[in-house]
Each structure stands twice: as structure tokens, then as C-alpha cells.
Design a protein around this ligand. Sequence first.
Ligand SMILES: Cc1cc2nc3c(=O)[nH]c(=O)nc-3n(C[C@H](O)[C@H](O)[C@H](O)COP(=O)(O)O)c2cc1C
Length: 390
Amino acid sequence: MSFPTIKIGSLLLETPLLLSPLAGYTNLPFRLVIREIGSIGLCTTDLVNARSLIERNHKAIKLIETRAADQPMAVQLFGSVASEMSEAAKICEQSGAASVDVNMGCPVRKVCQVGGGSAMMTEWQKTAQLVKGMVDAVKIPVTCKMRLGWDDDNITAPDLARALEEVGVAAIVVHGRTRQQGFDGQVKLAGIRKVVEAVKSIPIIGNGDVTTPEAAKKMIDSTGCAGVSVGRGAFYNPWIFAHTWHYLNTGELLPEPGFDERLRVMTRHLDLMIEVFGEGVGCRMFRKVGPWYAKHVGPASFFNKKVVMLMTRTEFDEIVAGYRQWRAQFLDSNGALLPRFAAAPIGMNFSESSTVQEMQATPGDEDGEGIPAVAKRSSIPVPSGPNELW
Ligand SMILES: Cc1cc2nc3c(=O)[nH]c(=O)nc-3n(C[C@H](O)[C@H](O)[C@H](O)COP(=O)(O)O)c2cc1C
């Protein structure tokens, strides 16, 4: 393998591929699943409120739970009080985090109202001082994650990145959209490139709509970023890191995992959920996880309707057994999914690309009967639920 990997401060990553924080999703079980599949450089937790961590709030402590198999792991903090951010960074260091990431890209109102998240990008000198306090407080690297800026008239990421590099930030992840864009429109590769050009030597990691190995390579080639961070694409396809690393090194696209492999990994995911959160909570949390795995295996309405009410591990085995029987109607005599039921591959959604396939986004994979709409898609859904504002 010869594709260059990255160093974040003293931390040499196995690959330049990172798991982005996804509040409500990037918990310990999911990170472990990703690691078992392999080729991940660094996993980040959901964002954690600095003050809650200092107050030893149970939920905050649970969010930073880690173990040896979960390394290297970064905790993402948010907050706007410098002393609290430094104190929380120390707690992360003592709890085994390999690095601490500062959230500067959260477009959610409640985060911005208290001055954290994207609001930080409008006051970048104050922000740089806050982050300097964190850098001085811990030995582990401090990184930052930001959007391009507040809106198209306020593209602050290059200036902010330069200021952050000067105070000792070890790497920066840039989501190539503005706060105003939310998740709409295309990721602007030129915007990421400007951040790459603004800093002297720290790695800039591109983020946004990386859903395939080709998209990862496109982002790296077009922006000069040192690596990519994948959020929704990892939930959509936990194999993305392994496949991307292989592709970057060989130019070869590995075949998509088959039904049985997806089922094996999904079951492992559930077992880890139960191990970490207990059977009741783990099964309830899994209700929004199962349907993501099912997005790739053809018609799945039978499975989805049942898994969203999952209560026990035993019940899961029953659901899978029933699903296998129901799914048989969509298979050929060799047990392979008939092509007309396969979900469409996802395309790229970047601007300024001569090779971007401009595809019409379609709302979902399936109609009400569980029959996939075999149409081209350019976007990946933003998960609904309590985090729908991200
Ligand atoms: C459900 C959800 C939760 C998110 N939670 C966080 C978070 O806690 N911290 C953060 O910096 N970004 C968060 N994001 C933004 C992602 O980390 C990422 O920047 C964004 O989704 C674009 O990357 P993607 O297209 O690979 O998903 C979240 C996004 C989603 C969809």
C-alpha cells in the first residue's frame, strides 16, 4: 500500500480516512463495527457538550466511552466558554481519547445560540484563543471541524484555518458547504481547496457527500486535501473505508458485500449495541440502524416494518428468518437478487467537476411496497429523528 496517510500532531493514522461525527449514530458499537471492517484512520464520537462532561453528566460520559479496540478515537467537544473547553479536553485526554476535536460546523440553532458551532466561525480570533487554551491544556492533538463559513458572503474557513494553525491545531476537517446551505446544494470542492491553500503544513481533511471510493478520490484530487472524513456515507455503507483505501492504492473497485455479509455485520452491530447499552436500550437504538443496512439488499419493507419495533435479540433472529423467506420472491434460481430490484448506485454531488454526473435526486430507495425505485440518485438522505437539523 503506497497511498500517503496522515499525521495529526503526534498521531500517525493507519489511513487518511476518518469517520465524521454523526450525533446519535457514531457511538461505540458503530465505531467498533467500522474498525472491524478495517482501513479507518480515526473515528470521532458524537459531539459532546463540554459543560455536561465537566458535570459528569451520565449521557456525556457514555458518549466518550471507549476501549482498546476503539483506538485511535477522537472526542468532539462543543461549547463557547474557554475554561470549560480546556477542562473538558483534559477529561477526554484522561479518558483515553487520542485527540480532541472542536465542533465549529454545527448549524443547529441551540448550539449556535450559545456561541458554539458555526457561530464560532464569525468570530474567528476569539475562537482561536479558545482553541489555544485547549491546545495548551492537553498533550493529545486538538483538531477542529468547520463548514466553509456562515454563508456565501462570509467564507471564513481559510482565515480561521490559518489562525487555528498558528495556535497549534493539528488538523482541520472542512465540510464543503456553508452553514446557510444546511445539507442542500452541492459540496464546493473549490471552497475546500482554498482552506488547503490557506494553511502552511497541517493536514486539511475534506468532508461532505463522500459516498463512494471514487468520490473520495475526486475530493482528494480536486482539493489537495490530505484525507477525507465520511459521515452519512459510512452509515449508508460501513465498507466505504476499506473499499476506498483499496481503491486509492490499487485503482480497483471491490465488489459490494453480498446479502449474507451485510447480515453478518448488521447482526454484529446489534450485538455490540446490546453489549454496550443493554438489551432493551440497545434494541431500541438499533431500530434506526437496521433500515440503513437494508438499503442495499433490495426490497426490505418486511424487514423495515418489523425492525423499527425491535425489543429483543431473539426477536431479531425471528425477523431475519421471516425476511429471508419473504425476500425469496425477488431472487433468481441461484439466490441472487433480480437486477430490477437492486438499489441504484449513488452518484457524486460535487460542484466544479468535469466528471460529476448530474443526477436527479430521488427521495428514497423504495416505494410503499418495498420495491426499490431503480432511479439514479445523487444524494444520500439526511437521517430523520432528533438530529434532523444537522
Ligand atoms: C445525523 C447527523 C448528525 C451529525 N452530527 C454531527 C456532530 O455531532 N458533529 C459534527 O461536527 N457534525 C455532525 N454532523 C455533520 C457530519 O459530521 C458531516 O460533516 C456532514 O454530514 C457532511 O458529511 P457527509 O456528507 O459525509 O455526511 C452530523 C450530520 C448528520 C447527518
